[in-house]
Write a protein of this length. Structure first.
Length: 228
């Protein structure tokens, strides 16, 4: 019989214990930033809100209460810990709201005709999925007319395009134009080494220099569209 389930359980318990101890230490030192970082790490690790509340925040507050009752910390220390936890809970709810709002938006990703390098594009797709967006991945070498047809069918809020090969900037411009004719509501986030000065940011088009900035770039395009 495989012991993988037990190992997974032990790994999870060890992670919960680590996060719980770090969170409690942050409360006792009055470090709100450190407390927020712990909860963000828990959320990024896939822990649900009830799990975070029951297994990380609540035990830390119980510890704070016990230390106060024993006289090991002051009532002021207890109040600081409580206030930090209240703000962290608000942060947690806001993060949930943001993820929920992203789930209302679709992002389509593709590389224009002739572009075969899409490792970075797939990394962006994974980040966007994890952030809560609905992702449609078309992959490499997508002709402009096919991209436009898919945009008309899937109705994305944002189209992400990448190009690294010589001449890619021109093909990207053609793709953008075709999509704009077919589905004018789409905004664009573009990236890749083939970009030139012709593809600087402009209304409805953001240039993303790093994979790690993709979610922020898509957020910005969506928010501007929502305001219009």
């Amino acid at each position: 019989m495989s012991d993988q389930p037990n190992n997974a359980h032990e790994t999870r318990e060890a992670r919960v214990d680590e996060l719980g101890r770090t969170y409690a230490a942050a409360l006792l030192s009055g470090d709100e930033v450190a407390a927020e970082i712990v909860i963000r790490e828990a959320m990024e690790a896939g822990f649900t809100t009830p799990e975070i509340d029951d297994e990380i925040i609540a035990p830390a507050l119980w510890l704070v209460g016990e230390l106060w009752e024993r006289g090991d910390i002051s009532i002021a220390d207890e109040h600081v810990a409580t206030e930090i936890s209240l703000r962290v809970l608000a942060l947690q709810r806001e993060a949930q709201r943001v993820v929920g709002a992203r789930g209302l938006h679709r992002v389509m990703l593709a590389a224009p005709a002739g572009e075969l390098h899409i490792v970075a594009l797939r990394m962006v797709g994974n980040l966007l999925r994890d952030a809560g967006y609905r992702v449609v991945m078309l992959g490499p070498d997508v002709p402009a007319h096919a991209l436009a047809a898919c945009a008309r069918r899937h109705r994305p809020d944002v189209v992400c395009l990448t190009s690294t090969m010589p001449g890619g900037a021109e093909r990207m411009l053609v793709s953008i134009h075709e999509v704009q004719q077919s589905w004018p509501s789409a905004g664009f986030v573009i990236g890749g080494r083939a970009l030139t000065s012709r593809l600087r940011p402009r209304p409805g088009i953001d240039v993303c220099a790093r994979v790690s900035e993709a979610v922020e770039a898509v957020d910005a395009v969506v928010q501007r569209a929502d305001l219009n």
